[in-house]
Design a protein around this ligand. Structure first.
Ligand code: SF4
Length: 292
């Protein structure tokens, strides 16, 4: 039995994975739109405690899952040495795994050397989930993401060069009405430069409400209607020029479920969005209560 420090988050694709909670919270914890870890003070857990939990989890998941996810927020903030010690223990206890994955920020990838990244990949860390949220520099600053277009591209390309795949998240509606066009165009631009293995779009959700987010947003935020969110999403997809990217819009926050391989399925995805636009009244606002 593992006593997780709640709330515990993992990407939809890790629903069946064993979860090792190597860090508590997020070391950055300042993004205006994110309340995931606002109740937690960041800390890195001791390797001795983790080793015991890894042994317990390997027994619980024996024959049930070949995937391990390292939580919390940006577990990749740990030093390469510490990550390698955790990966070694996971490999020894679990045996033959399909993959080990974690959340990461581009700057945490940049902080590691090429050799360290290659060693991490060889130890089974095959996938990093990176919420880049937008490719627009102005919007990255307004939501206090702590990254830029160029740090995002640099970090993700560095991971890819080491053989580590990425799963990238973009937030539909992040900038509201005013920044919608630049958000869509520059987010497509960043995706075109990195060509990730997986791409997903979430929709901005405001668990503490519109006013709370407005106070944290450093610009002029005006909430979009659902139709305006669809138009922004369509513009984003229209501007993508990528190869073999597995795209999903299957998060609980989304008003429209989409899936396909880009760019092969782009036309079909755009038709689905057009249909949703035609069926949705112009003035319907999204729910603000979905938890990220
Ligand atoms: S979005 Fe990611 S980096 Fe930003 S506060 Fe939330 S967990 Fe941390």
């Amino acid at each position: 039995m593992i006593n997780y420090d709640e709330p515990l988050f993992r990407p939809p694709g890790e629903g069946r994975s064993a979860i090792i909670q190597a860090t508590i919270g997020c070391s950055w914890n300042k993004c205006a739109f994110c309340e995931m870890y606002s109740s937690k003070d960041f800390k890195i857990r001791s390797i001795d405690k983790l080793k015991k939990e890894i042994k317990v989890l390997s027994r619980l998941y024996k024959g049930k899952s070949r995937k391990v996810f390292i939580a919390d927020g940006d577990a990749f903030v740990m030093s390469a040495d510490k990550l390698l010690a955790i990966l070694d223990e996971i490999n020894e206890s679990f045996g033959n795994l399909q993959r080990i994955s974690a959340y990461a920020m581009p700057k945490q990838v940049i902080s590691k050397t090429d050799q360290e990244l290659i060693k991490l990949k060889e130890a089974g860390l095959k996938l990093l989930y990176i919420g880049i949220e937008t490719g627009d520099d102005e919007l990255l600053e307004l939501v206090n993401k702590g990254e830029t277009f160029s740090s995002t591209v640099k970090g993700i390309q560095k991971a890819h060069e080491a053989g580590i795949d990425t799963s990238i998240m973009i937030i539909n509606g992040l900038g509201g009405k005013k920044y919608s066009t630049q958000h869509a165009i520059n987010s497509a631009k960043v995706i075109n430069m990195i060509n990730p293995k997986f791409l997903s779009t979430l929709t901005l959700s405001l668990p503490f409400g519109y006013e709370h987010f407005k106070e944290r947003f450093r610009g002029d935020y005006v909430q979009q209607t659902i139709v305006e969110l669809f138009i922004e999403l369509k513009m984003f997809i229209e501007n993508l020029n990528v190869e073999n990217v597995i795209y999903r819009s299957n998060h609980v926050s989304n008003n429209l479920l989409l899936s396909g391989t880009l760019s092969r399925d782009r036309k079909k995805l755009i038709e689905q969005i057009d249909e949703a636009i035609s069926l949705t009244p112009d003035d319907v606002m999204p729910s603000s209560s979905t938890i990220l």
